[in-house]
Design a protein around this ligand. Structure first.
Ligand SMILES: CC(=O)N[C@H]1[C@@H](OP(=O)(O)OP(=O)(O)OC[C@H]2O[C@@H](n3ccc(=O)[nH]c3=O)[C@H](O)[C@@H]2O)O[C@H](CO)[C@@H](O)[C@@H]1O
Ligand SMILES: C=C(OP(=O)(O)O)C(=O)O
Length: 440
């Protein structure tokens, strides 16, 4: 088993470079299957577990995928299979994003139900509502969703119940090869949606309105392979911005884009963090004393749920009471229990977490309950007294390239180690409490 070991107390200094966005590259790779001619080339691809998973899904579906030096090539000219295996969908819900492209290209798809995960139940009804509106028949049984269409998908007017990122992407990928025009209202506006639309348009699609609440997609007969560079990862950037601020450090987050990070920048500035735009990124300088703020997660351009746990770590250091309200996922406070192990004073009331800072954090044995929770625990470890050991790194590896190494390069005392299952680790992070056995 591997763990990240953090010894707190170091300020971060230097430059950290942001990778391509996980949440942009996954739909872009899925979309590359829409071209029945040529080879697509995708640049700035992060070496993440999720990227390996989606590559394997495409290979399974009979596409040729090659991944080297942060560049992926996809050639999907052979006849595609239509069933994705449970093994991949179980590992990564975003595997469900192949349904739209398969329906558009082959007219059918059979994908295991993605199911819930640590952050909530995460239904896919909005994806299915979109496919049905375009003429697909949906059957659910034996843990699978089957979708098929007679002939071609038809353009339709679709209004989403909520601006779901995945549903917007899946429906957009289905609509690009449909007959006629699709108007998708109340759709997601995340930068990753814009990145996908840019790639589709480079392939010859006619998508307008990406980044607004309404997408207009005029179906075309055929798409060709294209070249595309993935947008920088705003969530990874935000994670390092928080790490710099919490340690009172001074870090340039290279390739961080201010226009994608407005909600985080605004809250961090309210807390007293200085953030300045430089020609190649954002410089973050953390003050000694942070002010408390209230934060509510919302779909873009609101505060991203994917930065909620990291923001909570920062608020543990603020002088006063802060409230975080999570409105996107119903169960995204699993990290609270882990923070409590580190001596955090947090109360949960419904969908809100009330944080009474400053908390004198102590290193502890903690577990990454999801990928952002994992990053947040490492960040909290940076200012904790003693040693923090974070386990369940498989979650962190889904979304961060070498988190420990990048923090270490900024001066943090962080290492990734392999420990034997069940081994008792010798080093103690704090003096043991002086307890006597009760009945001695
Ligand atoms: C790979 C990827 O890009 N993942 C991101 C994507 O996930 P994902 O695309 O799964 O998130 P959605 O935007 O779809 O989900 C937002 C909310 O809508 C609900 N919902 C969604 C679809 C649906 O058919 N029915 C329904 O009820 C979900 O349960 C959730 O409460 O956006 C989330 C919200 O910004 C991020 O946290 C994830 O990092
Ligand atoms: C929740 C996330 O990803 P996914 O939707 O892939 O689970 C995330 O990136 O924080």
């Amino acid at each position: 088993m591997e763990k990240i070991i953090v010894r707190g107390g170091k300020r971060l200094f230097g430059t950290v470079k942001v990778e391509g966005a996980k949440n942009a590259v996954l739909p872009v790779i899925a979309a590359s299957m829409l071209a029945n001619k040529g080879t697509s080339k995708i640049y700035n691809v992060p070496a993440l577990a999720d990227v390996y998973t989606i590559n394997n899904v495409l290979r399974y579906l009979n596409a040729d995928v090659n991944y080297e030096n942060n560049i992926i090539t996809v050639k999907a000219v052979k006849e595609l299979l239509t069933e994705a295996p449970f093994e991949y969908v179980r590992k990564m819900r975003a595997s469900f994003l192949v349904m739209g492209p398969l329906l558009a290209r082959v007219g059918m798809a059979r994908i295991p139900l993605p199911g819930g995960c640590a952050i909530g139940s995460r239904p896919i009804d909005q994806h299915l509502k979109g496919f049905e509106a375009m003429g697909a028949k949906i059957n659910i049984g034996n843990g699978f969703i089957e979708a098929s269409v007679n002939g071609k998908l038809q353009g339709a007017n679709i209004y989403l119940d909520m601006p779901s990122v995945g549903a917007t992407e899946n429906i957009m990928m289905a609509a690009v090869l449909a007959e006629g025009t699709t108007i998708l209202e109340n759709c997601a506006r995340e930068p990753e949606i814009v990145d996908l639309a840019d790639f589709l348009n480079a392939m010859g699609a006619k998508v307008k309105g990406a980044g607004t609440g309404t997408l207009t997609i005029q179906g075309v007969k055929e798409l060709k392979a294209a070249h595309h560079r993935i947008v920088p990862d705003r969530i990874e950037a935000g994670t390092y911005m928080v790490a710099a601020a919490i340690t009172g450090g001074n870090v340039l987050v290279e390739d961080a884009r201010a226009e994608h990070l407005r909600p985080l920048i605004s809250k961090m500035e309210e807390m007293g963090v200085r953030i300045t735009q430089e020609f190649n990124g954002l410089r973050v300088k953390g003050p000694d004393i942070l002010k408390p703020v209230d934060v509510k997660t919302m779909p873009h351009p609101g505060f991203p749920t994917d930065l909620q746990a990291q923001m909570m770590a920062l608020l543990l250091k603020a002088h006063g009471t802060s409230v975080i309200t999570e409105t996107v996922f119903e169960n995204r406070f699993m990290h609270v229990e882990e923070f409590r192990r580190m001596n955090a004073d947090i109360k949960i009331e419904g969908r809100s977490a009330i944080i009474n800072g400053p908390c004198h954090l102590q290193g502890a044995e903690v577990s990454a309950t999801d990928l952002r929770a994992g990053a947040a625990l490492v960040i909290a470890g940076l200012i904790s007294q003693g040693v923090t050991r974070v386990s369940e790194l498989k979650h962190i590896d889904r979304g961060y390239v070498d988190l420990a190494g990048k923090l270490r390069a900024l001066g943090a005392n962080v290492e990734r180690v392999t420990v034997e299952e069940g081994a008792i680790e010798q080093e103690v992070s704090m003096p043991k409490l002086n307890m006597k056995p009760k009945f001695a």
